[in-house]
Design a binder for this molecule. Structure first.
Ligand code: URA
Length: 198
């Protein structure tokens, strides 16, 4: 088992309903909609982004705006379909003007993500961008392997105590909107996902 599940039989509906009411930090009252995550509750492959953007905030769904269109194009290269995977974020609410998540917001919000991971038990966790890479690699005792995303993107990391799990750092899809060269790098990394056994 990837992470011990809670004895009180947690489940995704319960977690996601709690997220929708969350006021643990100020983002809870600033957002239009909380964005718990979406996808197959039995997914082998789970993606973690940074935080909802404007469209995600309006729709309550992850990766449905500009970055979402790039994500869908990349996912096609991976051979996976949205219905096969689960998509979550480090923060469940949009930070104003899409600013970076604050450490305190990450501390207060990530217990939800950890509960989602315990219930879904994915075999592969793909971390989209630095915030997800940093949180997940530290969580799974891979702190000493954390380097800049330029050095570790597309590599597979296996947590020391959980040999059945693979963690894959990837550039954030939004990086392709600032730098058109990124799309090819991202596509190469996503193509590699279809060859990782689950
Ligand atoms: N960027 C993210 O990191 N997550 C989303 O859901 C949308 C954009």
């Amino acid at each position: 088992m990837l992470l011990e599940n809670d004895p009180n039989k947690d489940n995704l509906d319960k977690i996601n309903s709690e997220i929708e009411l969350c006021q643990r930090c100020s983002l809870g009252s600033l957002c239009t909609n909380h964005v718990p995550g979406e996808g197959n509750p039995e997914a082998n492959l789970l993606f973690i982004g940074e935080a909802p953007g404007r469209n995600e905030d309006i729709n309550g769904k992850p990766f449905c705006g500009k970055a979402g269109r790039i994500f869908d194009e990349l996912l096609e290269a991976s051979g996976y379909r949205r219905k096969d995977i689960y998509v979550a974020n480090i923060l469940k609410c949009r930070p104003p003007q899409n600013r970076n998540p604050k450490p305190e917001e990450i501390r207060l919000c990530t217990p939800y993500l950890v509960r989602q991971l315990k219930v879904i038990q994915p075999k592969i966790i793909c971390c989209l961008g630095n915030f997800a890479v940093d949180f997940i690699m530290r969580k799974f005792n891979l702190s000493e392997k954390v380097q800049s995303i330029g050095k570790i993107h597309g590599k597979i990391f296996i947590p020391p105590k959980i040999k059945s799990l693979k963690i894959v750092p990837l550039y954030h899809p939004a990086s392709a909107t600032y730098n058109p060269n990124m799309i090819n790098i991202l596509k190469n990394d996503f193509r590699m996902l279809k060859n990782i056994p689950v």
